[in-house]
Design a protein around this ligand. Structure first.
Ligand SMILES: [Zn+2]
Length: 189
């Protein structure tokens, strides 16, 4: 059975956000990379701005004014980027409890996504061939005739009885009662 989550935005932890929105595990490392690049650009912007001011050999008031301007307008962007980067980084130990590397994880997710859905499903469900696809009794609700379809080309499932749908990773999570990261690990071979 699928876990049920209740929408209480103020109570959501990073962990439950990832359970609800498992795709974030892929997006977060990309966002972290984007933030790092944006921070480097900001730092270059600040240093070239200040170099430009010092090169003018302006009076000390102008230099002070330029530094204040940089703090006010450029450094505040930098601080916001830093805060966001920190916020994103706090997801990493949850996404990948072992030593984390971004490339590794997205590679593993990619491998998991391509694990044939019928192979993981047949360990728990009795599959009935249906053209190039398969049918089975839906694990998400009680039924007498199979309405869960496994689509071998898209590697996804859909239940015409309860409308549950998803990919091979979410099916693995449901069949084994495990989280996203464990399902990704399980689908590595
Ligand atoms: Zn169903």
């Amino acid at each position: 059975m699928m876990k049920k989550f209740y929408y209480r935005p103020e109570k959501l932890t990073n962990r439950s956000l990832l359970e609800i929105f498992p795709e974030a595990a892929e997006i977060i490392p990309i966002k972290i990379q984007e933030h790092k690049i944006a921070i480097q650009e900001k730092e270059r912007e600040i240093s070239s701005f200040l170099k430009g001011i010092y090169a003018l050999q302006a009076d000390s008031f102008s230099e002070w004014f330029a530094e204040e301007f940089a703090k006010q307008f450029i450094l505040s962007d930098l601080a916001a980027l830093d805060r966001n980067l920190m916020r994103l980084k706090r997801f990493l130990p949850i996404i990948h409890p072992d030593k984390y590397t971004g490339e590794d994880l997205s590679e593993k997710i990619e491998i998991a996504r391509n694990y044939p859905i019928q192979e993981i499903a047949q360990s728990k469900l009795e599959l009935i061939p249906s053209g190039k696809n398969f049918r089975a009794l839906c694990p998400f609700h009680n039924e007498d005739s199979p309405s869960l379809y496994l689509y071998t080309e898209s590697n996804r499932f859909y239940c015409f009885g309860c409308n549950q749908k998803g990919d091979v990773i979410s099916l693995t999570q449901a069949l084994y009662g495990i989280g996203f990261v464990d399902a990704v690990k399980m689908l590595q071979n």
